[in-house]
Design a protein around this ligand. Structure first.
Ligand code: PRX
Length: 677
């Protein structure tokens, strides 16, 4: 129970409860062209047919050697899919399309500056660039199968090229979100044991060229302090051949990738025949403790799951132009910008910048220019676009057949604007609920089969069998009308394999709570705890309410409250820090931070600034609290535990409930007084 105990205020407790909405149905035109129209798919993927049903997904891929055991449970809950199979993800996303699609665009790169040309990279060009980069990684950087390498790249085509080059060699990539600080990158370099860092000198954000190379300096220095030497820093250039960062290169350590690539011109690298269960990548995510977890995703299972769900939920056909506006630094980008769409031979759009730069019409101009017909984004972006330009979409001539929302609950009013204005009433919407750990979708409607319902994600995906338990482990059936802890009864191919280097944490965090027998080798004994609260409607649709643990979902970015608190604690004057989620119109949730200073220190504007700066240095700008409240003392229980529930109630302007049992009830009124000013 290592991770579960300290929960006092969860997102779920302050979740909004929306009124029940009616259904929206897909158009006959959509159904006529959809990849999945057979309602019997749910029977084929029923628990009775588990795990063999997932053969359908595996058969979308090209295998060097076909697998002989679909699911190996001998090391439960570390499940292995497609055992005995040999496969390469880079081959599946690139080489296999050359025969009939070499001239087709694989990646459209849209730079943030509108005056810069859009780059269209064909599958042939992708093949060449991935091979040359793979040769460089192998021969210059000395990377080989099983090594880990940290990438700290922005939204540029060099990111998927580097990922696919790693996958070609069997090197495990660990991409750190570009907006994270150098220090945050260092933690992930150390944990993964990377001795090579791949970064970029600069990139555009909000119209300005940011110096990104400076973060590499901090990352390498901090990693060295923490015991992990980085001996090579490979630097892509935003403008090849031109210096775009004032941060100097370090002789014998830093190399411009563009210079090195000249030595690998024309080299082709045979893809490694990986075991299906070999790791493909690590993706770090936040949990209950301060230390981020490296979610380890396997090769065959992950690729099969994201390819299947891209085909049947995203409804991607090779001729579609598909734009997922997430960042590849998060799982959504890995699964649904890079691996899933490219495995299907689609054209995937990568946009460098922010959706509202230089104005509220930017997204719709991109959609019009590239004739995008599938669009995928998070409620935060939808809310922001609605706020700044509610009438903008109508001004542009694009037509989406399909739109996705992901990452947070979407309120029905926002859903309806998305449907009517962005989708012009023509596009279907899928609300996809899933997580970094799960590799791909858990709940969503199948677009041509199940109607949409604003505010609900939908039923479990084919082959995903959710179950809601109460705190005592009793099942809450559909229609119970009570929220509980949503779990998945069965493993699935996209599920992560373990936490890198910490199997015990993997077991404790995700399985210990409802495991029936810790020695069991039967998958039925290992329900997966998602960490979300949900309600199961009488129609079988799930409504996701938010996290039950100490995780806050800010703009669809997942932050651990402990992580934020540890960052504030790096300021020497800070004695205690407590972070709570606050409901926000645009971002869904934002963190409020309460601080108690050590004796002898006073609250001041300077102190607030110092703490704010620490958040940016330790984690990145996404970690900035909405507000920092420096309080004389924290509300505490008699045993000295900070009552985050009370602080959250104050921040959310809700009733604080009975506080008389606290050790210091008078402080509550004092803080309420501060917050009401
Ligand atoms: O709370 C759920 C919320 O985001 C969490 C997972 O965050 P992360 O690992 O960063 O992955 C985000 C992209 C998949 C979940 O535990 N969440 C994700 N999608 C939805 C959602 N909440 C409600 N509705 C969704 N569609």
């Amino acid at each position: 129970m290592a991770e579960k105990e300290v929960v006092e205020t969860s997102e779920a407790q302050i979740a909004v409860h929306w009124a029940e909405e009616g259904y929206y149905y897909p158009s006959p035109q959509f159904i006529a062209q959809a990849n999945m129209t057979d309602p019997a798919v749910y029977d084929r993927f029923s628990l009775d047919n588990f795990p063999n049903c997932f053969k359908e997904y595996a058969d979308l891929l090209t295998w060097y050697e076909y697998w002989d055991e679909i699911l190996d449970t001998s090391d439960a809950p570390c499940f292995k899919w497609f055992k005995g199979g040999k496969i390469n993800a880079s081959y599946n996303c690139v080489d296999r399309h050359l025969a009939d699609k070499k001239n087709k665009t694989a990646l459209h790169f849209v730079p943030e500056l509108e005056e810069e040309k859009i780059e269209h990279i064909t599958y042939q060009e992708l093949y060449v660039r991935v091979n040359e980069m793979a040769a460089l990684l192998r021969d210059f950087a000395g990377l080989k199968r099983g090594d880990r390498v940290t990438l700290h790249l922005p939204m540029v085509p060099e990111l998927p090229i580097t990922m696919l080059a790693c996958a070609r060699l069997g090197v495990i990539h660990s991409q750190v979100f570009g907006g994270f600080s150098g220090k945050a990158a260092a933690d992930r370099i150390v944990d993964s044991g990377s001795r090579v860092l791949i970064t970029m000198d600069s990139y555009y954000r909000g119209g300005g060229l940011l110096d990104h190379k400076e973060k590499a300096e901090i990352a390498v220095a901090q990693a060295a302090k923490d015991g992990q030497a980085v001996d090579k820093v490979l630097v892509w250039q935003r403008y090849p051949g031109k210096a775009s960062s004032p941060t100097p290169m370090v002789d014998g350590r830093d190399y411009f990738v563009n210079d090195l690539l000249k030595d690998y011109y024309g080299v082709r690298v045979e893809p490694e025949k990986m075991n299906a269960e070999d790791p493909l990548f690590l993706m770090y995510t936040s949990g209950t403790t301060g230390k981020p977890k490296g979610c380890q995703h396997g090769t065959g299972g992950f690729l099969a799951y994201v390819t299947g769900t891209s085909k049947y939920v995203q409804d991607i056909h090779p001729e579609d132009v598909y734009w997922c506006m997430a960042d590849i630094g998060w799982i959504t980008g890995h699964s649904y910008i890079v691996y899933g769409p490219l495995a299907l031979g689609a054209s995937s759009v990568i946009y460098e910048g922010i959706p509202t730069y230089p104005d509220a019409g930017r997204c719709w101009r991109i959609a019009q220019d590239l004739d995008v017909n599938i669009f995928h984004t998070a409620p935060t972006a939808i809310r922001a676009l609605r706020k700044v330009g509610p009438d903008e979409p109508a001004k542009y001539n694009y037509h989406f057949k399909h739109m996705t929302t992901v990452g947070e609950p979407i309120e029905p009013a926002v859903w309806k604007w998305y449907h009517k204005e962005v989708g012009k009433g023509e596009a279907i919407i899928v609300d996809t609920w899933w997580q970094t750990e799960t590799g791909g979708f858990l709940c969503s409607t199948l677009p041509a089969i199940k109607p949409m319902k604003p505010g609900s994600a939908g039923p479990g995906m084919p082959g995903i069998h959710p179950i809601i338990f109460d705190d005592e482990g009793k099942e809450l059936p559909a229609g119970a009308g009570i929220a509980g802890n949503i779990c998945i009864q069965n493993p699935w191919p996209g599920m992560f394999q373990t936490i890198w280097g910490d199997r015990q944490r993997f077991v404790d965090t995700y399985f210990a709570r409802y495991c029936k027998d810790p020695n069991s080798k039967d998958w039925r004994d290992w329900p997966y705890l998602t960490g979300d609260a949900a309600v199961h409607g009488p129609d079988g649709y799930y409504r996701i309410l938010g996290r039950i643990d100490d995780v806050i979902n800010v703009s669809g970015h997942r932050l651990g409250t402990k992580e934020l608190e540890s960052a504030a604690m790096t300021v020497p004057e800070v004695a205690e820090a407590a972070v709570v989620p606050v409901a926000d119109d645009i971002k869904g949730k934002v963190p409020d931070m309460y601080i108690a200073l050590k004796p002898g220190f006073e609250a001041s504007e300077e102190m607030t600034k110092k703490i704010m700066t620490a958040m940016i240095t330790e984690i990145g700008p996404i970690a900035k609290p909405r507000k920092i409240w420096i309080v004389p003392d924290m509300p505490k229980t008699r045993s000295g535990k900070i009552m985050r529930r009370v602080l959250a109630a104050i921040s959310n302007k809700q009733d604080v409930g009975d506080v008389m049992t606290l050790a210091n009830p008078e402080i509550v009124e004092h803080i309420q007084g501060m917050a009401s000013k």
